[in-house]
Design a protein around this ligand. Structure first.
Ligand code: NAP
Length: 438
């Protein structure tokens, strides 16, 4: 059998990119286009070329040869250029230049590829409607879980399933902080500072440790999974700032790890979306996840459970995801932004309460006779039954007690906790963390 040799000839017209943003992701995209020109052309049947680029500072040294590309100072001007087919937005921010340039690109007949989860979490529905009515498309593989091709798996690979649940550890910085606290036995504040010095945190760290960035990603996955309009405002958000090294250790004693876990599911109570610290079994896929790696678990009625794991950030992985969208467009595949026409997405009704779950409770119990019985009575009064319990030796006048409950509601737990000071046997603020069955 003969092997192809020499440069492949391609009949298709070049697909011309305009790249707005030349930071980590943008330069990664430039490098792939330059390094893999032949491979990209072979896979799409047409050359992929960069026509024009844009960033804030033209004089910055950017670790790539950009001399062959036209420069624009304004992202909107770039989006309006007649010599680009795809507008690649890799600047960030959910207003300002990112939003204005995406709107300009659509109005000027360009398809759009973006890595910007914040923009789509806030304006995804309006942008998708605008794109579809203009006959253009918006793809955003890089916006969720970096190098993991979760958007394509959900939109294409699982399109024949009714999705039951979507879960993800999708902020590498939070997972790094939690696993580092555990492995080095260090408190949150110290590891947070380490992460800052390593450059792992966003300029506004609350986007990471407050769960906002991961919440944006969850809202986008939920829209595709459940055919609902993106509703980031309905995502219950709680960051990792209150997780103590004590809880990490104690949860470990009970066979769990603590993760910032996103869960979205559509139930009879409505759409539940939460990005909160949860306990997961140490021997589960999420429990075994270390450092900055991301993981997404998708559950469909026919397929069962799919586990995707990989790098959630960084130049190579994110640019790989951006290029997968560019290639999809080059091949002529034209998918709706959220997997079905934006006008057909349902308005979600946010679930008022989360599905019942077991909870982990940590209390400081005073060294008094009958103390444990008093706590058990309060829990029993609230309909909370105890699955497992562990009491540690007294440290001065109190002893830590860990309780794993059977399934109960957050309301019952909150109510029980509010009553515990009245027993006069509990010292300090009890800690309650949901245990997710994964
Ligand atoms: N980094 C990751 O691992 C990763 C992963 C997934 C998704 N993302 C998303 O990808 C996007 C880009 O992230 P990044 O890490 O590459 O950011 P970055 O390194 O900070 O780069 C941002 C780039 O955008 C340019 N820029 C910012 N505002 C601009 C404006 N108003 N007009 C023109 N250019 C502007 C900057 O120009 P100057 O260089 O001149 O300042 C810079 O080149 C964000 O939406 C981010 O959430 C990033």
């Amino acid at each position: 059998m003969s092997q192809p040799s020499g440069p492949v000839q391609h009949s298709g017209a070049p697909l011309r990119l305009g790249i707005a943003g030349l930071g980590t992701v943008g330069i990664g995209v430039v490098k792939i286009v330059q390094r893999h020109a032949d491979l990209l052309a072979a896979r799409t049947g047409r050359p992929i070329a960069i026509t024009a680029i844009c960033a804030r500072d033209r004089t910055k040294n950017r670790d790539a040869d950009l001399s062959g590309y036209a420069w624009e100072d304004s992202a909107v001007a770039l989006a309006q250029r007649p010599d680009i087919d795809i507008f690649v937005e890799v600047m960030g921010g959910h207003e300002g230049a990112a939003r204005a340039s995406l709107e300009a690109a659509i109005a000027n007949g360009k398809d759009v590829v973006t890595a910007n989860k914040a923009l789509l979490a806030h304006h995804g529905q309006a942008l998708a409607l605008a794109a579809e009515s203009a006959g253009r498309i918006i793809r955003f593989e890089a916006a969720v879980a970096g190098g993991i091709p979760v958007i394509k798996v959900l939109t294409e690979g699982l399109a024949g399933n009714r999705l039951r649940r979507v879960m993800g550890v999708m902020n590498g910085t939070c997972n790094y902080i939690l696993t580092r606290m555990e492995s080095a036995g260090l408190p949150y504040d110290q590891v947070f500072e380490e992460a800052r010095q390593l450059g792992y945190l966003e300029a506004d760290p609350n986007l990471d440790v407050g769960g906002i960035d991961a919440g944006h990603k969850l809202a986008l996955l939920a829209a595709i999974a459940f055919g609902t309009k993106v509703s980031f405002d309905d995502v219950e958000l709680e960051g990792i700032g209150r997780i103590s090294i004590d809880d990490i250790r104690r949860a470990g004693d009970m066979g769990y790890k603590i993760k910032l876990l996103g869960v979205a599911q559509l139930t009879g109570r409505g759409l539940e979306q939460r990005m909160t610290p949860c306990l997961v079994p140490a021997n589960s896929p999420f429990g075994a996840l270390q450092g900055g790696t991301n993981m997404v678990v998708l559950e469909g009625d026919s397929v069962g459970q799919i586990v995707l794991r990989g790098p959630g950030a960084g130049e190579g992985p994110t640019a790989s995801a951006v290029m997968s969208d560019v290639i999809e467009i080059a091949r002529g595949t034209r998918l709706s932004t959220f997997g079905q026409p934006a006008a057909s997405l349902a308005t979600p009704i946010a679930a008022k309460a989360n599905a019942p779950a077991p909870y982990y409770l940590r209390l400081e119990l005073l060294d008094k006779p009958g103390a444990l019985a008093k706590v058990a009575t309060v829990l029993g009064d609230e309909g909370i039954s105890i699955d497992r319990m562990r009491q540690y030796g007294h440290e001065n006048t109190s002893a830590p007690v860990l309780i794993v409950t059977h399934k109960t509601t957050r309301d019952a737990i909150t109510h029980a906790i509010s009553r515990l000071p009245g027993t006069s046997v509990v010292q300090g603020e009890p800690v309650a963390i949901r245990i997710e069955e994964v």
